[in-house]
Design a protein around this ligand. Structure first.
Ligand code: NAP
Length: 651
């Protein structure tokens, strides 16, 4: 972790905090207003924490740092830092080249380990040439950092590390937004360590990610030669939440994989990276959803019919198979609220997302109307997809079951909406925009007590489907959704105020009935008549009920066994071979559709029985002969048996 600070005191404070989670720090002494004061504070750190390993760096302005002094002054500061405890000292190639050999030998004798570094802030080129210069100096570590101007540069760096790290202790990575691949994968190519920022805003190099992100999101400490690499390809891509949700899924389901942003400069650049890294699977987003289709060896029916692909699997044979999960991402959340057969759906917009929405709901038997800013685009799409177009003025006399916003209106701006209040002529409003989570359109829908579905649902469900295609495992949808909320800094809002009330009331009723039934089983009075057909509540159900008190978040979704059957990435057998001589593209057999309800099943508590209540279980099956215990109140019941994480609860 790179540690900066305006003064040495602040740097020490940050270091003290940092060593609680990481014991390998780099002191960026050149960031201090008075770099000469650093050694005193470094010594203090070592008095408290002699176990810490640190690098002292005092990079000169000429080499991309902040230190304005001479090379002699730089070496003086670094020598003192070494004397204070820093085991590794970073000296730029430019500084080493500026002094005499004897001076460097003298400097070398004062320090434990020398790291010779070179930074290229413009490009990734001439790596071997630069390394030849570096090798003139007998260093313990050689650090070569370049700038990635495309994804291919990461491949160059990785290959360089692979070819040099057998004989030298190498440190290498690419800076810049496009260097993220190397920041995570260089360690498995031979880089002995990498660098992470202390926090966002404290980066010491362009594109540096935080140490916590490296560790918690990309799980860099587990990245090795067999880690499968996945990513999200697009341009721009820095805003994407997919690395967070997908890596959460991988961690939760114990998939040995890392999911990276792939900010691609063109299709060639992307495909080189896919082939050379190699990348096992990709989410594809704008502007590549259509372009990628021409590079696929095979694709599913939805991709073929929509002409857009958002999911790529690279088979073991190196071939690329395409899927479209955007459609499922739109249909699945809608079907939790409405049967689409015969429903009337208004789609706002006529771009890629609109196309997926129209295809999905039409496939389910809905009648579709399109309203777009450019009427000609809407008309062309309507003709192609068997839908109708309407004008905005028609809205006044129409009613729909569902309105889907597939325009970017409202994205990044909670004050604008594609429709006005009086134009919300639908029962369900689905805004595909997911940032902000609560768009103005959804706010207005909730105010009118309509069902409001956030774009988060599409994002989560299309991602869940991708996860299943790549890994063959059911996606941990709830965890992935929670991660989105964590990243957006939001709390989930139920689709309607009424739904929230219903869920809370149902949970409370269930709790009451379970507690009453338990009391009855223990020999108490007759249970009160249930508010709905008497459920068969066993002691197990009663105990489970205690974990869903009123207002608690809904229970887990259906068991993985019921979730949709996965498509194994490397199973070309699923590909239906084209008829010889046919020009038609072969179709990938579409994976079976999920039968499991992805909606949290609040009525089916799934958590296991707290071990503490084993005796209660016994007494439930064998009532005591003596006086029956007092009937527990639901509130006391919950208090006495707080929710306990079962062994099966994975987080
Ligand atoms: P797209 O292909 O660029 O299409 C955008 C559509 O919106 C076009 O029909 C365009 O109309 C219309 N539009 C653009 N700006 C407008 C404005 N100011 N007023 C009215 N209409 C406007 O984009 P896309 O890929 O379909 O994505 C659309 C939106 O869907 C994205 O911005 C994103 O918020 C959302 N989305 C969400 C997810 C998710 O996972 N939740 C996934 C994909 C997309 P013209 O024909 O007149 O240009």
């Amino acid at each position: 972790m790179a540690i900066t600070g305006e003064d040495a005191g602040e740097m020490l404070e940050k270091a003290e905090a940092a060593v609680r989670e990481v014991q390998f720090l780099e002191f960026r002494i050149d960031y201090l207003k008075k770099p000469e004061t650093a050694s005193f504070k470094i010594k203090q750190l070592y008095e408290m924490r002699p176990d810490v390993i640190t690098i002292a760096t005092c990079r000169r302005v000429q080499a991309g740092g902040r230190f304005k002094g001479t090379v002699a002054a730089q070496m003086e500061i670094l020598s003192k830092a070494a004397a204070a405890g820093c085991q590794i000292v970073d000296l730029e190639l430019e500084s080493a080249e500026a002094i005499k050999a004897a001076e460097l030998d003298k400097f070398r004798s004062k320090i434990t380990a020398l790291l010779i570094s070179h930074h290229d802030f413009k490009a990734t080129k001439k790596l071997e040439e630069t390394f030849e210069r570096m090798k003139q100096y007998n260093a313990d570590f050689y650090k070569l950092v370049t700038t990635a101007t495309n994804l291919r540069d990461n491949v160059t760096m990785i290959k360089f590390l692979q070819s040099t790290s057998d004989h030298h202790f190498m440190v290498g990575l690419c800076m810049g937004e496009q260097g993220i691949v190397s920041r995570v994968l260089a360690v498995r190519a031979g880089s002995v360590f990498t660098f992470g920022a202390a926090t966002r805003g404290e980066e010491t190099g362009p594109g540096q990610v935080t140490m916590r992100e490296l560790r918690d999101v990309y799980r860099i400490e587990t990245v090795d030669a067999v880690t499968r690499v996945y990513g999200v390809a697009g341009d721009p891509i820095s805003h994407s939440l997919s690395p967070f949700t997908m890596n959460t899924g991988f961690r939760r389901e114990n998939v040995h994989a890392a999911f990276l942003p792939l900010p691609s400069r063109g299709m060639d650049d992307l495909l080189t990276c896919v082939r050379e890294i190699p990348i096992h699977g990709m989410s594809v987003t704008m502007p590549y959803k259509q372009e990628i289709v021409g590079h696929l060896d095979n694709s599913d029916v939805v991709t073929q019919q929509t002409g857009a692909c958002n999911t790529v699997v690279r088979g073991q044979d190196g071939k690329l198979y395409g899927f479209n999960t955007d459609v499922a991402g739109i249909v699945t959340p809608l079907e939790e609220h409405i049967a689409l057969q015969g429903a009337t759906v208004l789609v706002l917009g006529a771009g890629g997302a609109a196309r997926a929405a129209i295809f999905g709901v039409k496939q389910k038997g809905a009648e579709v109307f399109i309203l777009n800013r450019t009427p000609q685009t809407a008309q062309a799409l309507a003709r192609k997809m068997g839908a109708k177009t309407i004008k905005r003025s028609d809205l006044a006399k129409m009613e729909f079951d569902v309105i889907i916003n597939a325009t970017p209106v409202g994205m990044g701006n909670p004050k604008v909406s594609p429709l006005e209040e009086k134009e919300l002529k639908g029962k369900i409003i689905f805004d595909l925009v997911y940032n902000p989570y609560e768009t103005k359109l959804l706010k207005m829908a909730r105010a009118q007590n309509l069902i409001a579905i956030s774009g988060v649902e599409m994002f989560v469900h299309q991602g869940a489907r991708q996860f299943e295609i790549w890994t063959g495992k059911p996606a941990p949808v709830d965890e992935m959704r929670l991660e989105v909320f964590r990243q957006l800094g939001e709390k989930p809002i139920p689709p309607t105020p009424a739904a929230a009330q219903r869920a809370a009331a149902a949970a409370e009723r269930e709790l009451r009935e379970a507690a009453a039934m338990l009391a009855f089983e223990q020999g108490g009075e007759e249970p009160p008549p249930p508010s709905r057909p008497a459920p068969k509540i066993t002691a197990k159900a009663a105990k489970a009920a205690r974990i869903i008190p009123a207002g608690a978040p809904p229970a887990k979704p259906a068991t993985p066994a019921k979730a949709l059957a996965p498509v194994k990435p490397a199973e070309p057998t699923k590909v239906v071979a084209p008829v010889k001589g046919s020009t038609a593209k072969p179709a990938v057999k579409a994976p079976p559709k999920s039968t499991a309800p992805l909606k949290p099943a609040a009525k089916k508590p799934t958590k296991s029985i707290p071990s503490k209540s084993a005796s209660a279980k016994k007494s439930a099956t064998k009532p005591p002969a003596k006086a029956a215990p007092a009937k527990p109140k639901a509130k006391d019941f919950v208090k006495k048996h707080p929710p306990v994480k079962s062994k099966k609860t994975r987080r």
